[in-house]
Design a protein around this ligand. Structure first.
Ligand SMILES: Cc1cc2nc3c(=O)[nH]c(=O)nc-3n(C[C@H](O)[C@H](O)[C@H](O)COP(=O)(O)OP(=O)(O)OC[C@H]3O[C@@H](n4cnc5c(N)ncnc54)[C@H](O)[C@@H]3O)c2cc1C
Length: 428
């Protein structure tokens, strides 16, 4: 039987359609995008009494939020040393602390809102593809302990079998604070929580145009009708489009793909991932993998750089299966039952950005590290809309566009970038 072209998680939950509501004439905040960012923000706003409407072109969680690996990770995409060199120790410490707080926030939401999404502090394992990457892990763990007071554990090559049933790696770095969850169930729970607090969610309501109207507000044209909003939050991640051209020019959409096997025998699953960690390797063109709660292997990677289409998904499935077998030859007979892709949002500096641009609030640029961070920054941006003060640690950093302004939202350079990263993986 051919693999289903569908996110595995969506077969574990029916994300309920939002309660039908009358289309509003005016709101305090219009949120564009019903993923983790937009829904987390809408919950916080509605709980404070703001009138909120969330619009999605498709359905709740349709974007990356229901299609990801469900890894809720400490840290940012860039290594700590790079961040300190760029932003200094204090600013980096605040950003790192935000990554830890983001996991606490997810845990708190799961508990407070009773979201049955298999949240579990399994910890993550970063795994070295080359001996020198293990040396980098040692330096990174030292920096993180010294400057951010957070402990991680090095696992030398000869002890790695206790963490992963693969012989190809050169050591690992464990962080027990990271967690795993079922993202489709989490996004469904966030939508329910937002609605429960009073937010209105409108599916199949593409936002076509946002226009300034006087000093105080905005006129927003959607597929369902037009409304006025005092504030707008853009939470469109890798699906940011010409509707917000200034933001589109700052975000590169990059495809990421996942395959999921059939349910594995208990003994084999325990051999592949004895501690059930969220695992990712040290390459630029990285693999990330984990067991699902029902004991399948979920294996993802940036097999093609382009955003997902049916053909990039099929092609990526073959590339990923070959990759999975180099890590785990034990899976040679395992059937692939699911394959899908989604779009990541990379800023040119590979950092999350949350603040205001031309009066529009936004939170974007999670670079594949967004389950916790988008939930956290959605909440923070909502607080800043309510209080008028941008206090998240990413609001203060500059949000660069392309060098020489050579990008209009069409990522013409992705094939070259893909080759460049493959070359880097070979050389470094
Ligand atoms: C395959 C894959 C694996 C990943 N794995 C992980 C992981 O394991 N751990 C991790 O931390 N991160 C991971 N990520 C990243 C993480 O999923 C994202 O950072 C996060 O979900 C972003 O949430 P969001 O709400 O900002 O955006 P999204 O969930 O992408 O939502 C954006 C929404 O905006 C809507 N939209 C766009 N334009 C408009 C418009 N004009 N009008 C109305 N609606 C609009 C879209 O329909 C979409 O639903 C992964 C991403 C992918 C694609």
């Amino acid at each position: 039987m051919a693999a289903k072209e569908k996110a595995f998680w969506l077969d574990t939950v029916d994300i309920p359609a939002p309660t039908p509501r009358e289309f509003p004439q005016g709101v305090d905040v219009a949120v564009i995008g019903a993923g983790f960012t937009g829904l987390s923000a809408s919950r916080t706003l509605a709980r404070s009494g703001a009138k909120v409407a969330v619009f999605d072109s498709q359905t709740v969680g349709w974007g990356a939020s229901s299609r990801n690996g469900g890894m809720v990770l400490t840290g940012l995409k860039l290594p700590a040393a790079t961040l300190i060199a760029r932003y200094g120790k204090e600013a980096t410490a605040r950003m790192y602390a935000a990554s830890l707080e983001s996991i606490d926030l997810v845990e708190k939401l799961v508990r407070e809102e009773n979201i049955a999404c298999d949240f579990s502090r399994t910890g993550h394992l970063e795994i070295a593809c080359k001996p020198r990457h293990f040396d980098d892990f040692r330096r990174s763990a030292e920096i993180i302990a010294r400057y951010f007071g957070h402990q991680q554990r090095l696992i030398p090559k000869d002890q790695l079998q206790s963490e992963v049933g693969s012989a190809i790696y050169h050591g690992g770095l464990v962080d027990d604070a990271s967690a795993g969850l079922n993202p489709a169930r989490f996004v469904a729970g966030l939508a329910r929580a937002g609605e429960g607090a009073g937010a209105a969610i409108f599916e199949r309501s593409h936002v076509d145009e946002i226009q300034r109207e006087g000093a105080q507000g905005w006129k927003i044209a959607t597929a369902r009708g037009t409304l006025r909003a005092k504030n707008v939050l853009v939470a469109t991640s890798g699906y940011t489009s010409r509707v917000t051209p200034a933001l589109q020019k700052k975000i590169i959409p990059i495809g990421s793909y996942i395959i999921v096997t059939e349910i594995l025998p208990e003994k084999l699953a325990a051999e592949l991932s004895p501690r059930n960690r969220m695992i990712y390797d040290s390459k630029n063109y990285l693999y990330y993998y984990r067991l699902t709660p029902d004991r399948r292997m979920l294996f993802g990677g940036r097999a093609a750089f382009f955003p997902e289409t049916s053909s990039t998904i099929r092609l990526s499935a073959e590339i990923l299966r070959r990759g999975m077998l180099t890590v785990y030859p034990q899976l040679r007979e395992a059937k692939i039952e699911y394959v899908w892709g989604g779009t990541l949002d990379f800023a040119f500096d590979i950092m999350p950005h949350a603040g205001q641009l031309d009066g529009l609030h936004f939170s974007l640029g999670y670079a594949g590290h967004g389950v916790g961070m988008s939930t956290y920054l959605g909440d923070k941006i909502a607080q800043s809309i309510l209080s008028g003060r941008d206090e998240n640690p990413f609001a203060a950093i500059s949000f660069p566009g392309a060098p020489l302004n050579l990008y209009n939202g069409r990522p013409w350079f992705l094939p070259a970038a893909g080759l460049w990263y493959k070359l880097l993986d070979w050389l470094t």
